[in-house]
Write a protein that binds this ligand. Structure first.
Ligand code: HEM
Length: 377
C-alpha cells in the first residue's frame, strides 16, 4: 500500500477507535498516541482530592421520597457490587452507573454510613485500576450498550467488572470470571447463601452464617476453577465483602447484625433498599471491620494462594494476607498492578496517577508502611 494511504488508514482507524472509548473507559494498555487522541475527545479534569467524613452519622431514613427506587434503564450500568448498584438505583449515585470516586465516597457515606477511611480506600483501590484518570470517571460495572465498538485488547472498557485488577474470584452471589459471568446475580449461589444461613444463622445471614458462606465459596472455587486466584487484594476484599451485608444491609433501628433473607435478596438481586429503610447507626470503617474480618478468616483459615489446575491450590508465601494490615496490598496494587497497566504514562495522565496513588496511600492510614512512587514524587 502507498505510504500516505497506509498512514491515512491508520489515522482513520485510530479516530474511529477514539470515539468508541467512552469517557469513563480505562486508559490502561493504550499507547501514548491513543491516549492523546482520546484526550482530545473529552474534558480532561485529572485527579481530585477525596471528600471528608460525613459529619452526620445518625441512623436516617435513606429510602426516602428524594431517592425512590427506579429499575435501571437499558443504558444504565450495574455491576458486581450490590452496595453501589443500590445507591445508583436510588439516585444516591448517578442512575447511569457512571461516577467519580468522590461521588462514590459521598454516596456510600450518605446511603450506608460507611466510614471515610474504608470508603476512600475501597473507592480509590478500584478507581486506580478500573477508572479513567483523565476524566475522573468510572463505571460501576460494564460498558454501556450505547458505547459502540470496543477498543482492541489489552485496553479495557469495563469498570468494576474488569477481572483480577480489583474484582476477583469466590464472590458470594456472582460467579467466577472463568465460568463466564463475574458480575450478574446468580440464583444458584444465592440459594446456597439461603441454605447456609438457615443452618448456621437460624434463617439470617449473620457473622456465623457469613463464615460458612465465605468458606464454601472458597472451597468451590478451589475445586472447580483452574484459574482461581486468592491473593491480595482479593484475599482481603473477599472477607470484607462477606462482612458488608450483615453490617450495612440491616436496618439501623435494629442493628442486630442479622440480615433477613428477603432483604438480602432485595439488595443482591434487585439493587433495592427495603421500604422505609434506615441506614446503620454510626459509621463503619477500618476500626470496626477489622475484628469482623479476622473472625471470618479464623473460622476457616486458608493462606493466600492460587490454583494451578483444578483442585491444585498453591500457596503464595510472599503474600501475608491479613497479617500485616494493608501494606502488602497497597504496595502490590501500586508497584505491580498499576505499573503493569501503565508502564510509561506521560503528561496529565502521569500526574493524575501520582495523585490518585497518594490518595490511596493516605486512606490506608499506616505511616509505618513505606509510600511507593513508581511514577515519581
Ligand atoms: C466504596 C466503594 C465500593 C467499591 C468501589 C466497591 C466495589 C466492589 C466490587 C468491585 C465488588 C466485586 C468484588 C468481587 O466479587 O470480586 C464488590 C462486591 C461487594 N460489595 Fe462493594 N464496593 C464499594 C462499597 C460497598 C458498600 C458500601 C457495600 C455495602 C453497603 C458493598 C457491598 C458489597 C458486597 C456485599 C459485595 C459482594 C457481592 C458478592 O460477592 O456477591 N460495597 N464491591
Amino acid at each position: 500500500m502507498h505510504l500516505y494511504l497506509r498512514f491515512a488508514v491508520i489515522l482513520l482507524s485510530l479516530s474511529k477507535w477514539a470515539t468508541a472509548l467512552p469517557p469513563w473507559g480505562s486508559l490502561a494498555g493504550l499507547s501514548e498516541r491513543e491516549i492523546e487522541a482520546f484526550a482530545r475527545t473529552v474534558t480532561v479534569t485529572g485527579a481530585h482530592p477525596p471528600p471528608g467524613p460525613d459529619p452526620d452519622t445518625s441512623p436516617r431514613l435513606v429510602n426516602d421520597a428524594a431517592h425512590p427506587y427506579r429499575a435501571p434503564g437499558p443504558n444504565d450500568i450495574r455491576g458486581p457490587c450490590p452496595g453501589l448498584n443500590t445507591l445508583a438505583s436510588h439516585g444516591y449515585l448517578n442512575r447511569s452507573g457512571i461516577a467519580t470516586p468522590q461521588e462514590i465516597v459521598n454516596a456510600v457515606q450518605k446511603g450506608f454510613n460507611m466510614g471515610n477511611d474504608l470508603a476512600v480506600f475501597v473507592a480509590w483501590g478500584a478507581f486506580l485500576v478500573d477508572g479513567n484518570h483523565l476524566t475522573n470517571l468510572m463505571s460501576i460495572g460494564e460498558k454501556s450498550s450505547a458505547t459502540g465498538i470496543d477498543p482492541p485488547p489489552p485496553a479495557i472498557v469495563g469498570g468494576l467488572n474488569t477481572h483480577k485488577v480489583f474484582e476477583g474470584d469466590a464472590s458470594t452471589t456472582r460467579g467466577d470470571f472463568y465460568f463466564g459471568d463475574n458480575h450478574s446475580f446468580n440464583e444458584t449461589l444465592f440459594d446456597q447463601l439461603v441454605n447456609t444461613s438457615n443452618v448456621y444463622g437460624g434463617g439470617y445471614y449473620d457473622a456465623a452464617a457469613a463464615a460458612e458462606v465465605r468458606w464454601n465459596r472458597i472451597l468451590d472455587s478451589k475445586a472447580r476453577n483452574p484459574t482461581f486466584d486468592f491473593t491480595s487484594p482479593r484475599y482481603v476484599t473477599a472477607y470484607a465483602e462477606s462482612v458488608f451485608p450483615f453490617r450495612f444491609f440491616v436496618d439501623g433501628r435494629n442493628q442486630s447484625g442479622a440480615l433477613d433473607l428477603i432483604t438480602a435478596r432485595g439488595f443482591y438481586q434487585r439493587s433495592q433498599f427495603p421500604t422505609g429503610f434506615y441506614r446503620r447507626n454510626g459509621s463503619f470503617g477500618f476500626n470496626e471491620i477489622g475484628p469482623d474480618v479476622d473472625a471470618l478468616a479464623e473460622a476457616h483459615p486458608i493462606a493466600p494462594g492460587h490454583n494451578e489446575g483444578v483442585g491444585n491450590y498453591v500457596l503464595n508465601p510472599e503474600d501475608p494476607g491479613l497479617s500485616n494490615g494493608l501494606c502488602f496490598l497497597y504496595t502490590k496494587h501500586i508497584n505491580t498492578t498499576l505499573t503493569s497497566l501503565y508502564p510509561n504514562p506521560q503528561g496529565p495522565l502521569r500526574e493524575a496517577l501520582k495523585e490518585n496513588a497518594a490518595t490511596f496511600y493516605t486512606a490506608m492510614g499506616d505511616s509505618s508502611c513505606p509510600q511507593v512512587f513508581p511514577f515519581g514524587r
